[in-house]
Design a binder for this molecule. Structure first.
Ligand code: TNX
Length: 524
């Protein structure tokens, strides 16, 4: 430092250098042994870092992303380490000792793609550099997985916390890595969704698609339409009580997700999958009839009334309120399995609805059926079938629309793991963890290559999923497979490597209380 005086031997002491941690505790993950696998990891034993109660987390960046990611990191490590690591601003470095520094990526390799980060781990400092909130959050998750699994304990573990030295240069293959949760077929309380968000975030999933309405239930309060929540929300598959989020609760979920680097993508399914709305407001039915509540699992029998102005007054309120409640850029309008809507009606319907979405400042997303309609350029198509040929979706890609890939035979987590399983859907076949891992989103669908793929999404439909532990059993460990499909370059993906790294996640999941499915074929 500036005030260093020559000592008695006449040489100026350098600022005290923290000693490298020569013996890393045995359970410290080797650099890069994480999920999803990073693009490049080069270990350097001379740079092992020790996290202690004296470590500071320093934010050397003007962007709000770095500060939020720093606070999240402090929160993540506190329960297990017992360290309340202060998050400090860069103030000329008055603090001696070790620091984790989040800094703007001025020195990032120029070619580092969007969402990337660089992590330099040396004895005295961990430096996380990024130029986006996404990059900082991803770097924090890498750091978390480079700590011993004990860091996931929710009570204090008294031990040495090492991080292997070296450098990771990493970036996502796709900017959109998403998980869909159906809270319509079975309702899940905000606390469950928040825990779900925590679990998704650790694998660098950065979008949560909430399926907020279906035949069996309407799950979000809409001002001016109170019967949606009085009547439409009071059912679910199997006859349970259902439920809904107030606008305040929904805002809290959205903010909670944002603090963990996750953007919420709300979906209101239309014009089919609308029985819950139709029982709430009979005026939304063409013949003014009053249908019965539905608690079964069939699809394709309901439709909003296409030629009634009341339908569009309703949707205008729904879309504008949800757009206002959701800071993220997307609004999902469903569009799937509208078998009770004629083809021409379907097109006329979306010609009126899509401008409401873009007019509310959002990018429309829809299941691939809505690709039959003339889509505006920013609209995104979500492919969910299992076939490798789908001309409408190929045509959407050719006209410049981005495609989210969620083919059911790879990414539908309501499917059985194996044919013999007693529980799970099976219309798309069994999806074991290796099946969920071994596919290339840019080579699945003819005419939909890398440049057209917006990203990947897993879908958890909940006709059969009733509890939080059901969610966990279906999601994990297939979610990890999809997370790596969305992040890691195709040429670097390898089942043997993945299953080895996956096995090391068992202890982490156990400590988090995740009731995962210990699927055969992984050396747990
Ligand atoms: C198809 S995939 C559906 C859902 C069901 C799911 C069950 C899609 C867009 N629609 O309504 O819940 O299959 O796997």
């Amino acid at each position: 430092g500036d005030d260093a005086q020559p000592d008695e031997t006449g040489t100026a002491p350098t600022q005290e250098q923290p000693m490298p941690l020569e013996e890393l505790p045995e359970d410290t993950p080797a650099l890069g042994e994480i999920i999803p696998a990073p693009v490049r990891a080069a270990g350097d034993e001379s740079g092992n870092f020790e996290l202690t109660g004296q470590t500071r987390i320093r934010v050397d960046s003007d962007g709000s992303g770095a500060r939020r990611a720093a606070e999240y990191l402090a929160e993540l490590v506190e329960p297990a380490t017992g360290f309340a690591l202060p998050v400090v601003d860069d103030g000329g470095d008055a603090e001696p000792g070790r620091a984790i520094v989040l800094r703007d990526g001025d020195e990032l390799p120029e070619e580092l793609p969007e969402g990337g980060y660089v992590l330099d781990i040396t004895a005295g400092e961990v430096a996380l550099a990024a130029d986006s909130a996404d990059g900082f959050f991803s770097g924090v998750q890498t750091l978390r997985q480079q700590l011993p699994a004990d860091v996931e304990a929710n009570e204090r573990v008294d031990r040495t916390w090492g991080i292997a030295g070296g450098r990771i240069v990493d970036h996502p293959r796709f900017g959109y890595r998403s998980a869909m949760l159906d809270i319509a077929r079975h309702f899940f309380e905000p606390e469950v969704v928040k825990r779900h968000i925590d679990r998704l975030a650790q694998y660098k999933i950065n979008h949560l698609h909430l399926h907020l309405s279906d035949d069996q239930g309407w799950r979000i309060e809409i001002e001016g339409w109170p019967k949606l929540t009085e009547i439409g929300a009071a059912t679910e598959v199997g006859g349970g009580p259902g439920g809904y989020y107030t606008q305040e609760e929904y805002r809290e979920i959205v903010a909670y997700a944002a603090d963990r680097g996750i953007t919420v993508v709300p979906e209101i399914d239309m014009p089919g999958h609308t029985n819950a709305a139709l029982i709430s407001y009979p005026e939304l039915n063409c013949d003014g009839s009053n249908p019965e509540p539905y608690t079964g699992t069939h699809v394709g029998f309901s439709s909003l009334c296409i030629d009634s102005d009341r339908t569009y007054e309703f949707l205008n309120d729904v879309i504008s309120q949800i757009a206002e409640l959701t800071p993220g850029p997307y609004l999902h309008v469903g569009g799937d399995e509208a078998e009770a809507t004629g083809e021409a009606d379907y097109a006329r319907f979306f010609e009126r609805v899509l401008p409401m979405v873009t007019g509310a400042g959002k990018r429309p997303v829809g299941w691939h059926e809505y690709g039959q309609v003339d889509l505006p350029e920013p609209a995104i198509v979500q492919y969910w079938r299992i076939e490798s040929e789908h001309p409408d979706t190929t045509a959407s890609a050719e006209s410049g629309n981005s495609i989210i890939m969620s083919p059911a035979n790879k990414s539908y987590l309501d499917m059985k793991y194996n044919d013999g399983d007693p529980w799970g859907n099976d219309w798309a076949g069994a999806v074991d963890v290796r099946t969920a891992y071994e596919w290339d989103p840019a080579r699945f669908l003819t005419g939909v290559g890398e440049a057209s793929v917006h990203g990947v999404e897993t879908a958890l439909w909940t006709e059969l999923v009733e509890s939080e532990s059901d969610i966990e059993r279906m999601m994990f460990p297939r979610l990890q497979a999809l997370a790596e499909v969305g992040w890691t370059p195709q040429q670097d993906r390898d089942w043997e490597s993945f299953q080895r790294r996956l096995a090391t996640q068992a202890e982490r999941m156990d400590k988090q209380g995740i009731d995962y499915h210990p699927t055969p074929g992984v050396n747990w």
